[in-house]
Each structure stands twice: as structure tokens, then as C-alpha cells.
Design a protein around this ligand. Structure first.
Ligand code: SF4
Length: 396
């Protein structure tokens, strides 16, 4: 409970060929043995991800991966798993054994990182086994690189470098509500406690919203939809009502027009995704043909129920809305198809379980393949006929 969720952490991924010292580096940064280290090539199979506190930066996920040049029978599968991790990586530690530096391979790999828009730190390992001349030559060419020897000092220098890089990225981080409402504002949260709600707790977007309110001096009252009317009467002033998207219709009838209304999903869409892209994606609904293929993607792997929003509610409402049969594919967790061109529309959840980089990569994939994409909150507001009202908060 006290841990920062992975979706709110920066991902730092260690990449490099087999046997260049990735797992040794991983363990040294963590300060504990989590990855198996051996002289045998390809000891790390699936990526190993560990949450840690990088002082003074804050919470990160550090990931160790198999080798980029793993040509073993399992290599292809390992490389596929590594690629999935890279898609949500904020910073790459590109590890090279200083004693076998291949400049051409280095240039090709850096080009790949640049294409994916992922910053990297070049890390030369095994420097204690290299000559002074080799180190000096590479130091003068790669002035930003880290040079790791078998000592703590070089690891501490690398950790400081990682913190500096992440610190620069962190400037882009947006809040859910802190830049929309001024300090002292009052928000009412409407939470459904139906059969789809987890027993005894709130879901992550709701928890994150409450925390964001606390961080920004916004007062927050939490209620169920059947108690909303009396909650609004009991408060002298309400600056915003935020609801679960599936209750839009009920809640909209109760909330006076003068009070802005939106959903957790729409706030998350704005924070982690791209609201303009999602609004544009809505236009594709009008062009959906009989039997069109729709991809529904969410980043958690919770159990589904008849009330499940992604698998039942959105498909049912969408088919009713356009009066046609549609084909739906469902992806959850970190699975997301490489080939998107067959889809007429992608509908993505708020993505509270994935970091911003992971969501951004998915949106870029949709854009590159010319596939429209929208979000749970945006489509539910549209299908309820209240998208204009629910997006006024973002567009004024
Ligand atoms: S469906 Fe998406 S936004 Fe909702 S809880 Fe799961 S990961 Fe979070």
C-alpha cells in the first residue's frame, strides 16, 4: 500500500549484448542480488523489473533484459519481451563491454533509440580490465558516457547521472487536477459500488485522484451516485463533479449545468494520453461499417464481469449507437498488437497501470498506422450525448 504504483514510476531499462555485465550492473544499482550473474552467455531470460527508490530523484522501475544479440533458440522470444519493455521505457542504460566496443553496432542501436524517442546513457562496463589508453580514448569521444569499474564510486556516479536525466524528463509530468482547479476548490467524486467494483477498496484512478487533490489543496468529497443529490445540496459551492464514466447519464441528470462535470478516465486521458487525438478519434464512429474491427485495450488485467466496462458496456453501447454489428478484439496488461491497420478504431482505457511513455508509444503506433484512437471516458461521454459538457473543462 505504501508503494508508488508502477504506472506512476519512470522506467529505466538496461539494454546491451549478452555477457556485457548488464545483470552485474542491475544488481549494483539496486544494491542487492536480484538478477542471476554468471559467465555463461544469456543467463537473463525474461526481463526482470524491480521497483526502487532512486535517491534523490524518487521512485523508478529498474529493468534488466536479455541480450540484444541473443541468437539462442529462445532468443527471438526474449527479444520480443525486451521490445515490449522498451516501448514503455523512459531512459535506456545502453551497456557495452569497453573491451569489445563495436562502433557500427553502437551507431545502429542509438539510431533505434532515437527513432523511438527514448533518451539513453551510454555505459561502458569492465573498465578495470581495460587499458588506460582505451578508457582515455573513449572518454574523450563520449564525454557523457559512464565508465564502470568494479567499485562503488562509479556506480554512484552513474546513479547521479540517471537522476539528472530523469529530472529533466520529469518537468513534463502533468497533474490530474492541480493545473485545472485552484487551491481551495471543492470537488465531488462519484464512485460506483456495483458488482464490478473491487471488494473493500477503490480502483487506482480514484485513489490517484484523491491523492492529486490532497497534493494541490483541493477538497474532495466521495459519494455514490444515489447519494449525489443530497451531497450537492449539503455543500455551499462545488467546483467540479468527477464520476466513473459508466454513470455519466445518471450523474449528468443530477448535476446542475453550472457545475462542470467530467470522469476519471477523461482526466487520466489528458494526463497520460492525448486528449486532442481522442476527441478526433470520436469522428471515426460515424464511418464504422458493418463488421468493422475494433480494438479495445486496457492496461490492467483485472477479472471481467457482466458489468465490465471495456468488454461489455462499451461494445453494447457502441453497437446500439450505430445500429450495426462490430467485431471486437480485447487486449489487456502489457499486450498490444503490432499490426493495427485492420482496425477501424482503437478504444483505450485511462491507462492508470502503465506509465506515460507506454501510453505515448501506443498512440504513436496508432498514428503511424493511420488508425483513429479514442479513450473509454471520451467515448462513453460521446455515447451518452454529453461529450461537449464533459470536455468543457479542458477546452474552456
Ligand atoms: S481499465 Fe485502465 S484505467 Fe481502469 S483500472 Fe484498469 S488500467 Fe486503470
Amino acid at each position: 500500500m505504501h508503494k508508488t504504483p508502477r504506472g506512476s514510476r519512470k522506467y529505466v531499462t538496461i539494454l546491451g549484448n549478452v555477457n556485457v555485465g548488464k545483470s552485474t550492473l542491475f544488481n549494483a544499482i539496486l544494491g542487492q542480488e536480484r538478477s542471476i550473474v554468471s559467465d555463461h552467455k544469456g543467463t537473463t531470460t525474461d526481463p526482470v523489473a524491480v521497483s526502487m527508490e532512486l535517491i534523490p530523484f524518487g521512485p523508478i522501475v529498474l529493468v534488466d533484459t536479455g541480450g540484444l544479440d541473443d541468437f539462442s533458440p529462445l532468443g527471438e522470444q526474449r527479444i520480443r519481451e525486451t521490445r515490449k519493455i522498451v516501448n514503455r521505457t523512459d531512459l535506456i542504460l545502453y551497456v557495452i563491454d569497453i573491451n569489445s566496443f563495436d562502433e557500427r553496432e553502437f551507431t545502429d542501436n542509438v539510431l533505434e533509440f532515437t527513432k523511438k524517442n527514448i533518451p539513453h546513457i551510454l555505459v561502458f562496463t569492465k573498465c578495470d580490465k581495460a587499458t588506460k589508453e582505451t578508457i582515455a580514448a573513449l572518454q574523450s569521444r563520449y564525454t557523457e558516457a559512464a565508465f564502470i569499474s568494479n567499485n562503488e564510486e562509479s556506480i554512484e556516479l552513474l546513479k547521479a547521472k540517471i537522476g539528472q536525466c530523469l529530472g529533466k524528463l520529469d518537468k513534463d509530468e502533468e497533474t490530474l487536477i492541480g493545473d485545472i482547479l485552484p487551491k481551495g476548490s471543492i470537488v465531488v467524486m462519484v464512485v460506483s459500488i456495483d458488482a464490478g467494483a473491487p471488494k473493500g477498496r477503490l480502483i487506482l484512478p480514484q485513489v490517484q485522484f484523491i491523492r492529486d487533490c490532497l497534493d494541490h489543496g483541493v477538497k474532495c468529497l466521495v459519494t455514490k451516485e444515489d447519494e449525489l443529490e443530497s451531497a450537492l445540496v449539503s455543500l455551499q459551492k462545488v467546483d467540479l463533479v468527477v464520476t466513473d464514466s459508466q454513470n455519466f447519464k445518471t450523474v449528468e441528470r443530477v448535476v446542475p449545468q453550472k457545475i462542470p462535470l467530467t470522469s476519471f478516465s477523461m482526466l487520466l486521458a489528458r494526463q497520460k494520453g492525448d486528449m486532442d487525438m481522442y476527441m478526433e478519434g470520436i469522428k471515426a464512429i460515424a464511418d464504422l461499417t458493418e463488421g468493422a474491427k475494433i480494438l479495445i485495450a486496457e492496461t490492467c488485467t483485472h477479472n471481467t464481469s457482466h458489468e465490465d466496462i471495456g468488454r461489455v458496456k462499451i461494445p453494447t453501447l457502441l453497437k446500439e449507437h450505430i445500429g450495426k454489428e462490430l467485431k471486437f478484439d480485447f487486449y489487456s496488461g502489457h499486450d498490444f498488437p503490432d499490426k493495427l491497420r485492420d482496425y477501424a478504431l482503437v478504444i483505450h482505457c485511462g491507462g492508470c497501470m502503465m506509465n506515460k511513455k507506454g501510453i505515448k508509444t501506443r498512440l504513436e503506433m496508432c498514428q503511424d498506422m493511420g488508425v483513429p484512437v479514442t479513450n473509454y471516458g471520451v467515448i462513453l461521454a460521446h455515447l451518452s450525448g454529453i461529450l461537449k459538457r464533459c470536455s468543457e473543462l479542458f477546452y474552456g
